[in-house]
Design a protein around this ligand. Structure first.
Ligand code: DX5
Ligand code: ZN
Length: 228
């Protein structure tokens, strides 16, 4: 069994978009491990966010941390090479949004990125039977995708244990990420369920005092304490 170190991946969906570079710098300086980048298209999900230009802008700004691109768009294949060129590290997508899941996963790796599948709360894990060797990350949604600030769906914990078992049985180094409603008071339970990668948007960027460059220290320290 391959154990991955715990990663905290702040979702910039809840950051101040008018000061995005600075927000990302500050959250990384406070100890975040990577940057969760939510891409929404007003088609697969009822919201519209950011695309490859913004990813590239963060790279040009000097961000060197891994960028964890979560595609909530349909279709996915057209946009995958664009995100790879824009500096994405991981590219994950929802199985419902691709006609050819195996092909899309291969396309991500062929473009030099790490690949992953995202499962909505009511989406079955069955496709994993056939593609475990083609994913570097499995992302479990603990809310329905489209918006930040929603409440964690507790049934995710049962599904999380099922995915943990699949990963352990595979012997592969696959990250297990949870996204939605992750807070200081439930992150320990989510880790106990088998997650090693934790997305948090509103819990981090909702923290007050935006003018203090160290203002994300306390929330990230609180997360770390829970994970220890
Ligand atoms: C929801 C997004 C999440 C969202 C999480 O569709 O995928 O990444 O930003 O936000 P919080 O942590 O506020 O639930
Ligand atoms: Zn996300």
């Amino acid at each position: 069994m391959t154990i991955q170190p715990d990663f905290i991946s702040p979702s910039i969906l809840s950051a101040d978009f008018a000061r995005l570079g600075e927000e990302v710098d500050n959250v990384l300086k406070s100890g975040a491990d990577m940057v969760h980048f939510d891409v929404m298209d007003n088609h697969y999900v009822p919201n519209l966010t950011i695309g490859p230009l913004v990813c590239e802008a963060l790279r040009n700004h000097g961000v060197t941390a891994e960028i964890d691109v979560h595609l909530m768009v349909k279709p996915v294949d057209r946009i995958i090479p664009d995100f790879a060129k824009a500096g994405a590290s991981y590219i994950t997508f929802h199985p419902e949004s691709s006609e050819h899941i195996d092909r899309s996963l291969q396309l991500i790796r062929d473009n030099g990125c790490k690949s992953g599948l995202v499962f909505n709360p009511a989406t079955s894990l069955d496709v994993l039977d056939y593609v475990m060797d083609k994913v570097d990350m499995i992302l479990l949604m603990s809310v329905n995708p489209g918006f930040g600030g929603q409440t964690f769906i507790p049934q995710t914990l049962t599904k999380l244990r099922q995915v943990r078992q699949r990963i352990d049985e595979s012997g592969l180094a696959i990250r297990l990420e949870v996204d939605g409603g992750v807070k200081v008071d439930n992150i320990a339970e989510i880790k106990a369920g088998g997650a090693d990668t934790f997305v948090a948007g509103s819990a981090i960027f909702g923290a007050a005092n935006q003018n203090d460059p160290n203002h994300y220290d306390s929330v990230l320290n609180a997360f770390r304490k829970q994970l220890a």
